[in-house]
Design a protein around this ligand. Structure first.
Ligand code: NAD
Ligand code: AHE
Ligand code: ZN
Length: 713
């Protein structure tokens, strides 16, 4: 047994038989009551390791202090690196333990997490318990300089020196190797401690940190009370520290911020820190998450990313390559992969099944093993040469599911082994992206120009075949066993949904649902017309029914589509070639049978004549018509302006208005929960990328909604 293992065994036996921990390096000399002793308050197994809660007499605060430690199983066999976690206002060490959901990943990563309390407790100082945002539970991780807090509220010293010394003496840690993170007030503490002591911490991250405390009420109150003035708080203000820093302090700083956080503008002020980082040349990875609030559900959603981020720096690696938390690196990482792909060498030329070379992902890119690819009408449209953006030779395909094989430098949001859906409408989430920041659109333009030119964001292709460069398609190219995408173009989904089903969420079904729920926001009791009953149109029918539409007209030249439309909620069925009286247009007929037209109409074909019919059969005064179908090169829509003057609105949708990376996982969860049925769209299944041609033929047959090609790797 090596020395460190012997130490751990001693500590374990001691925990199980005593309520005290004592110094390992001098067990016989130091009694449980000595300054460096800890009392074990609880000790339970978790994820192969254990969670221990201890208390000890602190020299920094002059009080008993509690802390919790997650010790990963790796500590049984060798020293492990440590992440310090600082909690927010009103918390103790126990909030993180109960709510963060961090320990499975920490166990897999071999990372110890030390969670400390937010203030000294039980001193009964005047003013200490008058409010929730000052005093007890609100120590702000600074050293107080004014009475009555001076001499006790020394959380800065406690976190920087006393607690690490205690941890290093009692646990099997890699000495001196630590990182730090925290939430809200703890995020402020983590940033300040790290920025002021870069030698002490390998990396720093934060969730919803108070970024500029001298400029917000929480911080001003704390600095006034603990330091005597707000001005005195400037050296403990992350934004102020960065403002005067002549150079970057860390290679990167990771911050996650929920955009539905009620404290965002009044207390947290992340953009002030962002500006200060810019002026110092400090790289800041600021990820903003629409819909997330300030609570621990937000923290638990992203904590694994932070653990991986810190592990990368704690291990001295610049890129992390772990599969499902193990340190196994796939043999293909960093290598060119040769695999099968369906290559379209020219418009309508027979697909050729070639061995292609797929280069490793570059910075900000992800290489995935494609598991299943469904055909969408748009693949056919581009293949046929009608797409003005169509380029050849190309690997088509954009409705797919895959598994991350490897990631390029800087990729944090996904890791090898994750299940992902490619998203041809990316979501960069950057603060400077006015599209991602706006709730009005999903059309992030970050990589649109290179995507439209069949290239990756750096302007090059990752595919070659027989020495020739092959173009990417819609940023996806999933008719290949492996493909490379931008990190911002993949949506991570639960592994509980089979990828051969989840692939449908990558385009047609999500588009139809979103056209109704997002783009048009169809209200209960509405009347709806759906022109074209492919998978997209049928998803419109399904969504309209769920939205409470009272009448849904299903319109298609192929009457074989009517039974499934009926099963999804359509109430009326029109075959324009047989049901419209001679001499009448489709729109005239519809206006006649509905009196004034339909509240909402959706064109799901890509035919500009039908787009006109759909607009002109929208209700006088308020009808909305949505263009979903994609029309061929050179086609234009027209109508009499009078149609708009008399109250009709013409709009369109791309990917149903969904912000892809946040929406696709939610749609997948709805499928898993049984709230959203999508099985009915899979009418054909093929095995092997070489069956892609047969899948195209099925799509033409008139009986097909979605043909899914499952790749047999
Ligand atoms: P699809 O080919 O499976 O379905 C089209 C349906 O329209 C078929 O049922 C066909 O019989 C019917 N149809 C054809 N001509 C018709 C006519 N004149 N009148 C009535 N019905 C007619 O296609 P899909 O995969 O469901 O896609 C539908 C359209 O949506 C395509 O143009 C596709 O490119 C487009 N699309 C757009 C988006 C977007 O984000 N806007 C996303 C996905 C697909
Ligand atoms: N390349 C065509 C436009 C194609 C198009 O409109 N694509 C739809 C998605 S179809 C999915 O099956 C889309 O969302 N477009 C938005 C975008 O940014 O491309 C052309 O006309 O040039
Ligand atoms: Zn599509």
């Amino acid at each position: 047994m090596n020395e460190s293992l012997q130490r751990v065994c001693k500590i374990r036996n001691f925990w199980t038989t005593n309520s005290f921990l004592i110094r390992l390096d001098s067990m016989s000399k130091i009694s449980p009551t000595s300054a460096n002793a800890c009392e074990t308050l609880s000790d339970s197994c978790a994820f192969g390791g254990r969670i221990v809660r201890c208390s000890h007499q602190s020299t920094s605060t002059g009080t008993k202090m509690c802390f919790s430690v997650f010790e990963p199983p790796a500590a049984k066999t060798g020293p492990v690196p440590v992440l310090y976690w600082l909690s927010g206002l009103e918390c103790t060490d126990e909030n993180f333990v109960a709510k963060s959901g961090a320990f499975r990943a920490a166990s897999e990563l071999g990372l110890m997490i030390v969670i400390c309390d937010t203030s000294p407790r039980g001193l009964n100082l005047p003013g200490e318990t008058d409010s929730w945002d000052f005093g007890t539970g609100a120590g702000f991780y600074i050293n107080a300089t004014v009475p009555p807090f001076k001499g006790h509220y020394n959380m800065y010293d406690y976190v920087l020196s006393e607690l690490p010394a205690l941890i290093d003496s009692h646990f099997n840690t890699v000495k001196g190797v630590r990182s730090i993170s925290g939430h809200s007030m703890g995020g402020h503490g983590a940033l300040v401690l790290a920025l002021k002591n870069p030698h002490a911490f390998a990396s720093v991250s934060a969730f919803a940190p108070i970024c500029n405390p001298t400029a917000c009420p929480w911080g001003q109150k704390a600095f006034q009370g603990y330091l005597g003035s707000v001005e005195a708080g400037k050296p403990f203000d992350a934004t102020e520290i960065m403002k005067i820093s002549p150079s970057p302090i860390y290679r990167d700083i990771l911050i996650d911020q929920g955009l539905n956080d009620k404290f965002l503008s009044s207390q947290l002020m992340h953009s002030n820190f962002e500006d200060a980082c810019k002026s110092a040349g400090q790289k800041l990875t600021l990820r903003q998450h629409p819909g997330y609030d300030h609570g621990y559900n937000f923290v638990s959603t992203f904590i694994e990313d932070h653990l991986r981020y810190h592990k990368k720096y704690l291990s001295g690696k610049s890129t992390s390559v772990e599969i499902d938390g193990t340190s196994a690196i796939p043999s293909t990482t960093g290598q060119v992969i040769r695999c099968k792909a369906a290559v379209a060498w020219g418009p309508n030329e027979p697909l050729r099944y070639e061995t292609v070379e797929v280069a490793p992902p570059k910075e900000g890119e992800v290489r995935i093993k494609v598991v299943a690819n469904a055909l969408c009408h748009t693949d056919q449209y581009t293949y046929s040469g009608q797409d003005p953006e169509g380029l050849f030779p190309v690997i088509l395909g954009h409705e797919a599911g895959g598994i991350v094989e490897s990631v390029g430098p800087g990729v944090l949001s996904v890791k090898p082994g994750d299940h992902v859906i490619p998203a041809y409408t990316p979501q960069c989430c950057e603060t400077t992206c006015i599209f991602c920041q706006s709730p009005k659109t999903n059309l992030c333009p970050k990589i649109r120009s290179t995507q439209g030119r069949g290239l990756m964001p750096d302007g090059t292709s990752r595919f070659t075949c027989n020495g020739k460069q092959i173009y990417h398609f819609m940023g996806c190219s999933t008719m290949s066993e492996y493909t490379v995408l931008a990190e911002i173009s993949v949506a991570k989904v639960s592994k509980q949904i089979p990828l051969a089903k989840a692939c449908l969420l990558g385009c047609g079904i999500s588009t139809g649902l979103g056209a109704v729920w997002n783009t048009c926001k169809v209200e209960p009791g509405s009347t709806v017309g759906v022109f074209g009953l492919g998978a997209v149109g049928l998803a419109v029918v399904q969504a309209a029914k769920i939205a409470g539409a009272k009448k849904i007209f299903a319109i298609d030249t192929n009457p074989k589509k009517f039974p499934i439309a009926q099963s999804l909620g359509a109430t009326d069925f029109i075959n324009p070639t047989t049901d419209v009286p001679t001499g009448k247009s489709l729109q005239q007929y519809l206006n006649e049978v509905t009196m004034w037209g339909l509240d909402y109409t959706f064109e799901c074909i890509g035919n500009v004549e039908v787009m006109r019919a759909a607009l002109e059969s929208a209700h006088r005064g308020w009808g909305v018509s949505c263009v979903v179908g994609v029309a061929g090169s050179g086609k234009e829509i027209s109508t009499r302006p009078f149609q708009l003057v008399t109250g009709r609105t013409w709009k369109g949708t791309a990917f149903g208005g969904w912000k892809s990376r946040e929406a696709i996982p939610k749609l997948a969860n709805s499928v898993i929960a049984g709230d959203l049925a999508i099985d009915q769209y899979i009418t054909h299944v093929f095995n092997g990328v070489e069956k892609t041609h047969e899948a195209f033929e099925a799509l033409h047959s008139g009986d097909c909604l979605r043909a899914v090609v499952v790749y047999d790797h």
